[in-house]
Design a protein around this ligand. Sequence first.
Ligand code: SDX
Length: 429
Amino acid sequence: MSDKKATLTYDGKTIELDSLTGTENETGLDITKLRAETGLITLDPAYGNTGSCTSDITFIDGGKGILRYRGYAIEELCEKSDFLETAFLVLYGHLPNSEEKETFKTGVNDAAGMPSDIIGHLNAFPKDAPPMATLSSLISVLAAHNTDDLGVAYEGESFTKPLYTIMAQVLELAAGQYRVNIGKTPNTYNPELSYAANFMHLMFSEPGQPYEVLPAVEKAMDLFLILHADHEQNCSTSTVRIVGSSQSNLFSSVSAGIGALWGPLHGGANCEVIKMLNSIYNDGIAPSDFVAKAKDKSTGVKLMGFGHRVYKNFDPRAKVLKVQVDNVLEALNIDDPLMGIAKELEEMARSDSYFVDRNLYPNVDFYSGILLKALNIPIDMFTVLFAIGRIPGWIANYRELHTQGQRIGRPRQIYTGSALRDYVDLENR
Ligand code: SDX
């Protein structure tokens, strides 16, 4: 708490509200006693002005375009770290020493190996089922196969066992479903490979012909996952927290997060960006004409991959991805016209008062789709990759929620429906 207080006067009654100032001088008013002392609640649909918790995990400064995991700048982690090390940092709050790093990697590796009858689930889905639907289901199915790991835990083996199971088997489930859908058998997790390289192997290796993961591809996938590892109390992370707050298990909380991330306004935007760029390219639409449509509310068209609830400046992840995409396209000798269109759209939007006045800049999804396309990831799996990257952040928030001993989440409402009225028999309606 800070010593500064707010005074609230309503209907002749005045109360004082404590305030809390965080590490980076963000201040929140503590209204935990508001209803008990005044009968009043606050109203903030979509929670644009409401803090649901204190957190030590991630810090975003939307005005300055800053993103830090546990105090480390995302740019430095992208340059010097790797995804599993970043996952450990996000989960436990410090960079692992050599022993911790090895233990974490071994824990994930040893947890690989989908339950044998999972293949029945993979075969049971329609071949054209949306991958986010099957992934959300399959993570819940893991709860059925790990019934000893359904308790609430945030330390020791009770926590690490489901953590490692989800982190290892999410790769096998996502890639296995893809391969079953194209009539191939799932590949086996290779503990000799990095986490990022393993996913590419699980997706694209063929019997007797292991997929050769080029260093540029491995680095690009690893960096993509680092950039998606966590992002404060976004829609899907808040979903994981609220489900976890009921003391539901880690599998069901992560599965719920996948459902929330699927939405096109959230993680689903990376697919929508590519569909938008493809339509501009294939239909020969002038980028300037598309930008004009995105400004015209009556069209219902948005410049997907642009705008953010928190960033009112460049999303630092978009900056890193834009450079990485250029590197990967060059390393793989790919000339993707969509990149040129994306850059043209960005240039136009950044000099257009509609976007400038609304602080609309490229977000993490604007360039990430072009990167994943260059890595031959199917478009309908782009958000699956976002989910795989975000799992350490979701689980870190689940863990933090329980270390804080937070009560079950249960927002209030202002009722605006009918007042009391008597039942009317059918014949009289
Ligand atoms: C992610 O929260 C997170 O941290 C999320 C995320 C994470 O890592 O977890 O960063 C990942 O979800 C990134 C966002 C991906 N979504 C998209 O790219 C979809 C396109 N963007 C928009 O739908 C929108 O910008 C949101 C959803 C991202 C933010 O929505 P807000 O904060 O509710 O903002 P808003 O809709 O109120 O927009 C404010 C104004 C409106 O115009 P006015 O009413 O002021 O005239 O900006 C306009 C909006 O119409 N606007 C856009 C626009 N985004 C906002 N106009 C055209 N194109 C856009 N993309």
